[in-house]
Ligand binder design. Structure first.
Ligand SMILES: CCCCCCCCCCCCCCCCCCCCCCCCCCCCCC(=O)SCCNC(=O)CCNC(=O)[C@H](O)C(C)(C)COP(=O)(O)OP(=O)(O)OC[C@H]1O[C@@H](n2cnc3c(N)ncnc32)[C@H](O)[C@@H]1OP(=O)(O)O
Ligand SMILES: NC(=O)C1=CN([C@@H]2O[C@H](COP(=O)(O)OP(=O)(O)OC[C@H]3O[C@@H](n4cnc5c(N)ncnc54)[C@H](OP(=O)(O)O)[C@@H]3O)[C@@H](O)[C@H]2O)C=CC1
Length: 515
């Protein structure tokens, strides 16, 4: 019997961000391995016209939760959705709900955050700093609380090259930032944002670093740990390989590349692609919850959930593995054939953006206009290139994260726990993982059926022929224009024609002699 699974039995667990990518996988694993847990409270807001109950219903009836129903048939009774909005200062939790949470919660997993890179600083501070502070305040009033696990990111200190499992202070105190957000207007915040974020690339990484400082400052009477995952990708093993449900991180780029929109990117092929499967993050987080509650470490331990120093993969290699997967698992109705050009040079990137991205979009929009349809490709391409420009920071650098605490935790686990809550990425086969990832993107994000693969392959063949035809026509036109204008080109042309003629005559003569 797994010690960790047994630990969560009978427990009341609070999860924030349970409707998100990581939160769902964490919750699924908890229900599957500890079906005897008492209750999982999840803080949810209504969204996209759905009530809390509708959102929970949708999650429980999704493919991700299929296995849970076998081991925990009454799962819907064990999940309690609590109305909350982390955008509100008091989290908008009702008095009664708050009372129940305070008196019953044993463990907290705080996953909720805004993960948008371009969020306005005010909103990012509210979600990633103020809401964390509010939740910690609530946690400090929970008499039964055994552990509070805060999910941060390995990139909270991406301004450093080597990152230890410690909290690095930001120059301005989080409390001062929180206060200033209350009285500064948006225009002034916009002005000071670059100064505040300093050498970090965006408000996300900056506010996640501030969130960690808040955790440290409030940790005196709490039993807290921080998990820092790197780039979270599709599931590796559990509940099944390749599950993914949003466009963040690599998933959106895989779609863009597979559909033939994105064919070149500014990226360093030799930089480490520090991807970590979402089920690995969930397993480590649950192991951290157990270890923190049982061992009550004297200080706040930080765990890096990264792959780079255990089993590194590089962007160049990963790019080609993704391309190889497209050969087997092509996406339907591709705009162009998938292709990869990696460049580290800004000018070459601009050239590829013009030739490989913008020009085909303009030509396609021209064709749409000619056929009486509304042009849309240029707009889509501009948005994609904006997204890519935001991700490029992470494709051109490598970081070293120390992993002493993660390795220590691994050694503390029984062989059974190491199997059930596996977070040892040394066992990960990247080629297989990437193939399952691409398959998952096709099935769960694009909702494409595998039955359509032969047709998709045929479509790609047609695109290849169009490409060859287009290039040949372009070459002939260019050559014709050149010959008309330049004596030198004409001379070269006559030389080639003459040479071919002589070669053919010689070939014919020698074959006649043989006969
Ligand atoms: C040597 C390098 C090789 C790399 C590969 C090169 C490819 C080139 C050639 C192809 C070859 C094949 C390879 C295929 C790819 C291989 C793997 C690539 C890996 C990419 C790695 C990315 C690195 C991420 C780093 C993350 C580090 C931090 C980790 C964290 O802690 S946080 C979690 C991550 N958070 C995010 O990812 C959020 C990012 N998103 C945003 O911030 C926003 O969405 C936005 C980008 C600012 C865009 O905002 P908008 O207001 O414009 O609108 P919206 O959000 O509604 O989206 C607009 C449209 O863009 C689509 N979209 C959103 N996200 C992505 C995405 N990540 N990739 C692509 N597209 C995305 C969205 O769907 C919208 O589309 P529309 O509705 O059709 O307009
Ligand atoms: N994805 C990644 O690559 C990485 C993620 N992380 C960290 O992991 C954690 C989880 O990320 P991930 O699951 O990918 O992110 P998602 O964007 O998928 O999920 C974010 C969650 O936060 C919730 N949330 C956001 N705003 C509010 C709000 N105002 N009130 C209540 N809930 C809110 C969302 O709820 P709703 O469904 O209502 O929007 C959702 O459940 C985050 O802390 C993130 O920083 C760290 C490293 C990498």
């Amino acid at each position: 019997m797994s010690t960790i699974a047994a630990f969560y039995s009978g427990k009341s667990i609070l999860i924030t961000g349970a409707t998100g990518f990581l939160g769902k996988v964490l919750m699924e694993k908890l229900f599957r391995t500890s079906p005897d847990l008492k209750v999982i409270y999840i803080l949810v807001r209504p969204k996209a016209g759905q009530t809390l109950q509708q959102r929970v219903f949708q999650i429980l009836n999704s493919k991700l939760f299929e296995k849970v129903k076998d081991v925990c048939p009454n799962v819907h009774e064990k999940i309690r959705a609590i109305y909350a909005d982390l955008n509100q200062n008091d989290l908008a939790i009702s008095k009664e709900d708050k009372q129940e949470l305070l008196s019953c919660t044993d463990i907290v997993f705080h996953c909720a955050a805004t993960v948008r890179f371009d969020d306005h600083l005010r909103h990012a501070v509210q979600l990633n700093v103020t809401a964390t502070q509010q939740l910690l305040l609530m946690a400090s009033q929970m008499p039964k609380l055994e552990a509070f696990i805060h999910i941060s990111t390995a990139f909270s200190n991406c301004n450093l090259k080597h990152i230890d499992e410690v909290i690095y202070p930001c120059p301005v105190e989080p409390k001062k930032i929180i206060d200033s957000m209350e009285w500064l207007d948006d225009a002034i915040i916009d002005e000071i944002t670059p100064k505040l974020i300093g050498d970090r690339p965006n408000t996300y990484t900056y506010t996640k670093a501030l969130g960690e400082m808040v955790v440290q400052q409030e940790s005196s009477n709490l039993n807290i740990a921080i998990v820092r995952p790197s780039i979270v990708g599709a599931t590796w093993q559990e509940p099944f390989p390749g599950w993914v449900d949003n466009l963040n991180g690599p998933s959106g780029l895989i779609i863009a590349a597979g559909k033939g929109f994105l064919r070149a990117i500014r990226g360093t092929p030799k930089a480490v692609a520090d991807l970590i499967p979402v089920d690995t993050v969930a397993n480590l987080t649950l192991a951290v919850g157990w270890y923190t509650a049982v061992n009550r470490p004297k200080s706040t331990l930080i765990y890096h959930c990264t792959s780079g120093n255990f089993n590194p993969c590089y962007w160049g290699k990963m790019g080609f593995q993704v391309l190889a997967a497209f050969e087997k698992i092509p996406f339907e109705r591709a705009f162009r054939r998938p292709y990869a050009d990696f460049t580290t040079n800004t000018i070459t990137t601009q050239y590829w953006n013009a030739v490989s991205h913008r020009a085909p979009a303009i030509i396609y929009d021209f064709y749409l206009r000619l056929t009486g349809r509304k042009p849309r490709m240029t707009k889509l391409m501009n948005r994609l290139l904006r997204t890519v420009s935001m991700l490029e920071y992470f494709l051109n650098r490598s970081w070293e994260w120390s992993t002493y605490n993660t390795e220590m935790l691994m050694s503390e686990l029984s062989p059974e726990d190491q199997r059930v809550f596996n977070f040892d990425v040394r066992q990960l086969n990247w080629l297989e993982y990437i193939e399952n990832y691409v398959l998952g993107v096709k099935k769960y994000l694009l909702k494409e059926d595998m039955a359509g693969v032969p047709k998709a392959k045929q479509h790609l063949k047609r695109l290849r022929n169009i490409h060859y035809l287009f290039n040949t026509a372009l070459f002939l036109i260019a050559w014709r224009l050149l010959i008309a204008r330049s004596q030198m080109a004409r001379n070269v042309w006559f030389f080639i024609v003459n040479f071919c003629y002589k070669f053919l005559s010689y070939f014919r003569a020698s074959s006649t002699l043989k006969v």
